[in-house]
Write a protein that binds this ligand. Sequence first.
Ligand SMILES: [Zn+2]
Length: 399
Amino acid sequence: MKLQFKLKIFPNKNKRMILENFCNIWKNLVNSYIDLYWKLPDWELKSKYPPKEFFLGNNKFEWYACLKAWQIVKATIKMKRKTKPFFKKNEFDFYDNLFSFCNFVTKEFDLWLKVYSGIPFRRILIPCKKYRRLNYWLNKRATFSKAIKFKKINGNWYVIVYLNYKPKERKQNTKIVGFDIDYRNGVADSIGKIWFNKEFENLRKRTKWRSYKNGINPLRQLFNRIAKEIINIYQCNFAFEKLNFKGKKGRSKKFRRDYKNVPYNHLIKRIETLTKLEGFQTVRVSSVYTSQTCPICGYISKENRSGDNFKCKKCSFEYHADVVAATNIAIRAGLRYGYQPVVAQAVAEEWRRQGIQPPVECLAVSTPLQSRQGVGLCTLNLSCFKDKTVPRRIPDFLS
Ligand SMILES: [Zn+2]
C-alpha cells in the first residue's frame, strides 16, 4: 500500500531560487520531450521506457523529465485525445540518488532533505516538519519510498513524500456483519445496532447546501469517526450494498433532495481501507429488494415495509426495517463468499420458532458491547436445525 503526505518546506531565499530554477528547467524539458515523442508512431510508444536514441541529455534529472514526458504522451494516447498535451504544473520530481532524508532533530525541524543542487558534489539541505499523521504511519513501520515531488501551491513550496506500508496478513475470520446505509437512520447493522440518528440528521441538514474544501466536511468527518468505531468494536469482515444510483431518472423530487450530499461511498471506502489494514475483508453485494424481503421466510413484497417498521405479510415477523435490510445483506454475502453472517438474536430466535433452516450457518449476538476488544460474537445453539424431524424450508430467494 502506498500513502502520500504533503509537507511544508522552509527553504531560504537562495534555496527557493534553486527550486524555482529546477521547476522552470523541468517544465521546459518535459515540454520539449513531449514535442519529440508526440511525432512518434504508435508502435514505438509500447515500451515502458523511452528509447535511448531519443534521449539527448546526460544527467539523471533530465532522464527523469524525459520519463515524465514519456508517461504523459502514453497516457494521452491511451485516452484517445487528439490534441498535444502541455505540461504547465509548478512541480518536479526527484528520484533515488538525487536526494536523501536526514533525521537529525533541531529545535524547530525534525526532517531534512538533502537535495541535488545542479552542481556536482554540492547538496542543499531543506528543512521540513513531520506531523501527527505522518508520525503515526512511521511508528507503524511504514518506510519512505525513493521518490519525492516538489510542488508550488499559492507561492508556498511543499514536498510530497510517499510511504510504503505492508498491511497485515488476511485473518482467518469467517464472521461477517452486514450494513445498510439510509438517509434517515444513518447506518444500521445486522446485529441490530443503529448508529447515530439525531446527530446524523442534523448534520445532513446543516451541510446540505454548503460546499466544503476537501477534508473539512463535517458529515464526512463524522463518517470517518463512525468507520473507525465500527472496526474497533466488531473486528470482523463487513458486507455493504452495491451502490448504483441511476441518476435523476425515475426518482421522485423528494428522494433526490433527501439523497443529495450523503457521502455513502465515502463511508464504504473508508471502511474498506481500514479493514484492509486490520487484515479483514469488505465485500459488496447486490442491494435489490433488501429492504422488502423477509429474512425468515424469504417473502418479497413492497407492503412488508412501512416507514421504519418491517412486518412480513406471510409469517408476520416484525423488526426494524433497516436492520432487516442489513441482515439480508449479511446473508447474501454469506452465501456468495462463504462467510457466517452475524444476526440479531430476535432473527435467530424466529428461525428456531418457525422451524426454518437458515440459508447459511449463522451466528447470533445478543447485545453489542462497546469495547475495544471487540464484541463477543457468540454462536447460538440452534438445536432444531440438527433435528431431522422438523420440516426444513429453505427460503428460495437466497439460493
Ligand atoms: Zn416472513
